[in-house]
Design a protein around this ligand. Structure first.
Ligand code: HEC
Ligand code: HEC
Ligand code: HEC
Ligand code: HEC
Length: 505
């Protein structure tokens, strides 16, 4: 054979081989597509274990698992010492960290000093409601025991049951794989606000509402009920305060009308509100929401793997995935867009710091006025200002990236918070003068230690008790859950026993 002929033959054989391989690969992909589209039902009894979904949806599972990479622990009480003063007398003054990956959501709830150190199912400071946005076991138990029974009793009552972090069964139907929501309070909130229920919402809105199950404002509504044996019980039911609309003023009016108070402030004796994380509500006022962009568009960008396109389930900061999260819509280069976002952050920080300083001083100046003999009626208007100002400040910053999701609304709310806190302080100057206190300067709260001392937080005692709880009852919970086949610790608790806390460093 001449050399040219040999080369042509070889090339032809290679080409035929490649085409066969390609056809095979297309056939495999097609088979895979059909297999995925007709994925067998994830059994109802095991749907709370996300690893049971892995064999049908391997890509979504492995990207979901990567929420473990979002492991940075940021002690906010150290970053912003004013916080311990603002929350004096309330759990958040003990321990409060910036949010991190969903993989840690449940463990962080178990670890925080806020949930205390129960010694059995009936002790500890918090109600069962505290588990509600942490786990796939929550809808399982609500469906098994009933919603009101789930919301009755102490947090530790379900310690041996609520053992799997946020996962597939929080956002998907086990039968169809479609987006689905199983907790009841979301639809109740939407109904109260006059909005369509989850099932009647558009597909794009469902891509927001699965997140709104948790990234929303709520409170624990005390609800009397009688169980089937005739026992009178009180449930703490997670409730969205949306009846006057999804705005900061609407929710404040709702709480005022209900005469609702989260706690009485330890320093100023003000009846306070604590904002949770109205991320969804604040987002809805921003330009992206108004242009129909949903949470999933930025936080769960489509990812191409060969011929398969799927939603990235890592749920992280979208600035890490700008090529997929932002660039499908924006033309600026990434650096320029990132700088714009950063500048928005700085603007918010400036008003945020001012509001915290003004509010912390308002609490301390109120305490000074009380010490000097000011009566509750003299301080009534001051306390009304403090309650309203702190609610607004908290609302604006508790849904952390409000500065990006809804910059104008965030800055507006912070400005009103600052103005109202200043009104309280102006009133305090004259009340203090009436009681012969002039030029009072509030004590220094510039470090976490100083601020917690002012707030009366017995930190070391709380830590010692917590560590004892972690060495005893907590270990027992996982043993029991494994025995009951509700937990696959080898798959789903990797690294969690040693997860970092603010107090273990
Ligand atoms: C079942 C409740 C729940 C649902 C549903 C939920 N989240 Fe979360 N999310 C949380 C909690 C709790 C945290 C804080 C976890 C921690 O700090 O340990 C969190 C944290 C986050 C973070 C911070 C991650 C990091 O690495 O810093 C992002 C981003 C996030 N969620 C986005 C979303 C989006 C987008 C959706 C909807 C697609 C969603 N979440 C649905 C409860 C939920
Ligand atoms: C916080 C909510 C949330 C969690 C947790 C979650 N998903 Fe999703 N998932 C979504 C959203 C939102 C979409 C986009 C759906 C759409 O647009 O129809 C999606 C899409 C999907 C799809 C459709 C194909 C695709 O990739 O777009 C599958 C399959 C899927 N998820 C499987 C899973 C599995 C398996 C898990 C657990 C390992 C999981 N999801 C956990 C919210 C979630
Ligand atoms: C247009 C894109 C976009 C949309 C839509 C979007 N986000 Fe974000 N989100 C971001 C960016 C960017 C950040 C990070 C900002 C920063 O640098 O802190 C972020 C951060 C977050 C965080 C992390 C907070 C923290 O401090 O770790 C949470 C939680 C979050 N978003 C939830 C949501 C929810 C819930 C929705 C829908 C209601 C949503 N986001 C819609 C872009 C978006
Ligand atoms: C689905 C499309 C879409 C995606 C995805 C998207 N944006 Fe936007 N963005 C818009 C639209 C639409 C506007 C409104 C302005 C306009 O019409 O040009 C906007 C406005 C903005 C603005 C100016 C708004 C303001 O509040 O000042 C910034 C900054 C921005 N986007 C950043 C981002 C970043 C960062 C990401 C990725 C994390 C992102 N966007 C993802 C569509 C999108």
């Amino acid at each position: 054979m001449n050399i040219i002929y040999k080369l042509i033959l070889t090339a032809a054989i290679v080409a035929i081989g490649a085409m066969t391989l390609l056809a095979g690969s297309i056939n495999n992909k097609e088979a895979e597509r059909i297999a995925l589209a007709t994925a067998p039902i994830v059994q109802e009894a095991v749907q709370h274990k996300s690893e049971e979904w892995e064999k049908y949806y391997p890509r979504q599972y492995s990207s979901w698992k990567k929420t473990k990479d979002g492991d940075e622990l940021l002690d906010m009480l150290k970053e912003k010492p004013q916080l311990s003063v603002l929350w004096a007398g309330y759990g958040f003054s003990k321990d409060y960290n910036a949010p991190r990956g969903h993989y840690y959501a449940l463990q962080d709830n178990v670890n925080t000093l806020r949930t205390g150190a129960p010694t059995d199912g009936e002790t500890g400071p918090m109600p069962t409601a505290c588990w509600t946005c942490k786990s796939t076991d929550v809808p399982r138990i609500q469906e098994r025991d009933g919603e009101l029974e789930y919301f009755t009793g102490k947090w530790a009552k379900y310690g041996n049951e609520i053992v799997n972090t946020i996962g597939c069964a929080n956002c998907h139907s086990n039968e169809t794989g479609e987006l689905a929501v199983r907790i009841l309070h979301l639809n109740k909130g939407l109904e109260a606000a006059g909005l369509p229920k989850f099932e009647d919402s558009t597909h794009q809105e469902k891509r927001n509402l699965v997140c709104a199950q948790c990234h929303s404002e709520y409170y624990f509504k005390k609800t009397k009920w009688t169980d089937e044996n005739g026992n009178n019980k009180i449930a703490n039911v997670v409730t969205y305060p949306w009846a006057n609309g999804l705005t900061v003023e609407g929710m404040e009016k709702y709480y005022d009308d209900e005469n609702f108070t989260d706690w009485t402030h330890k320093i100023s004796k003000t009846k306070m509100l604590k904002a949770q994380h109205p991320g969804y509500e604040l987002f809805k006022t921003g330009i992206h929401a108004q242009k129909g962009v949903s949470c999933a568009d930025c936080h769960m960008p489509y990812t191409q793997e060969g011929s398969v396109k799927y939603s990235d389930h890592q749920l992280q900061n979208p600035l890490e995935t700008m090529d997929r999260s932002c660039m499908p819509c924006h033309r600026e280069n990434e650096k320029k867009l990132k700088d714009i976002v950063h500048r928005k952050f700085e603007r918010k920080e400036q008003l945020h710091e001012l509001a915290m300083d003004n509010l912390a001083k308002a609490h301390l100046e109120t305490a000074k006025a009380m010490e000097a003999g000011a009566s509750d009626s003299e301080l009534e208007a001051v306390r009304a200002d403090i309650r309203s100002a702190q609610w607004k400040w908290d609302y604006a910053v508790a849904s952390h990236p409000g500065f990006f999701h809804a910059p104008e609304e965030t800055l507006r709310i912070l400005s009103v918070a600052n103005e109202t806190a200043m009104q309280a302080r102006l009133k305090l100057v004259s009340i203090l003068a009436d009681h012969n206190v002039r030029k009072y300067i509030a004590p220094d709260f510039s470090t976490k230690e100083k601020a917690q001392k002012i707030a009366g937080v017995p930190l070391q005692k709380l830590v010692d008790e917590k560590l004892k709880f972690k060495a005893t009852l907590e270990k027992e919970w996982y043993k029991q859950a494994e025995k009951n086949y509700n937990l696959n610790a080898k798959k789903s608790r990797v690294g969690l026993d040693d997860a970092q806390t603010a107090y273990s460093k």
